[in-house]
Design a protein around this ligand. Structure first.
Ligand SMILES: [Ca+2]
Ligand SMILES: [Ca+2]
Ligand SMILES: [Ca+2]
Ligand SMILES: [Ca+2]
Length: 214
């Protein structure tokens, strides 16, 4: 009887924690990934936060000379020594793109840009996800140069590409706020756990009845 009660409690706790995990997964809390770091250049940078890994790479007119630039402002792209290029993601006829490859897939909630110009110039950004256009706009800084942009209706995707619209645009990508995709395996495991918990409770409550009757 004592053993049965312990098993019953274990089953109840298992079922309760499965429900708790499911509730947490349903909310899928947002994760902010700061792309800034020590002053350096590299062909790629990797970040890991909250179970998400991001690999950043740059695209420029001359792939052999394209590098990422990183400092406390975030990430920029250096395409080559053509006299017009700076450390930021910029246009100026060279159409640089900063790629962020996420694993697992994420929904992009916010993009935080820095070194954004003030009005009336401002800077234009354009974002695509898995090669499909997502959102573009004109941003202008009020003071600090940092502008946070809310992304509307982002799907879950792996590859987010940040570029500019024309020659007077340039920015660093300072951070991104993302929501991870719920893991299908985890969801399956939770469903199985909940079902098994319910089965155990049923089974042991029946046995208890029998034992009480006997
Ligand atoms: Ca540049
Ligand atoms: Ca500008
Ligand atoms: Ca522009
Ligand atoms: Ca700028």
């Amino acid at each position: 009887m004592a053993n049965l009660n312990i098993l019953k409690n274990v089953a109840t706790v298992a079922a309760a924690s499965a429900v708790a995990v499911m509730a947490t997964t349903g909310k899928a809390s947002a994760i902010t990934i700061d792309l800034g770091g020590s002053f350096s250049t590299a062909t790629s940078y990797s970040y890991t936060q909250g179970g998400i890994t991001v690999q950043a790479t740059g695209v420029g007119a001359n792939p052999a000379e394209t590098l990422l630039f990183r400092n406390s402002n975030g990430l920029g792209v250096i395409t080559g020594n053509d006299g017009n290029d700076n450390n930021q993601v910029d246009g100026l006829g060279i159409n640089e793109t900063l790629n962020l490859l996420f694993s697992p897939q994420v929904k992009l909630l916010k993009a935080i840009f820095s070194q954004v110009d003030a009005d009336p110039d401002g800077d234009e950004y354009s974002i695509s996800v898995d090669s499909s256009f997502l959102q573009s706009g004109n941003i202008a800084s009020i003071g600090t140069g940092v502008v946070s942009v809310a992304i509307n209706n982002s799907p879950f995707g792996a590859l987010y590409s940040f570029t500019v619209t024309d020659g007077d645009d340039d920015y660093f990508l300072k951070a991104v706020e993302v929501q991870p995709v719920p893991e299908p395996l985890t969801m399956g495991g939770i469903a199985l756990g909940a079902t098994f918990g319910a089965y155990l409770r049923k089974r042991y409550s029946k046995k208890d009845e029998k034992l009480v009757k006997a």
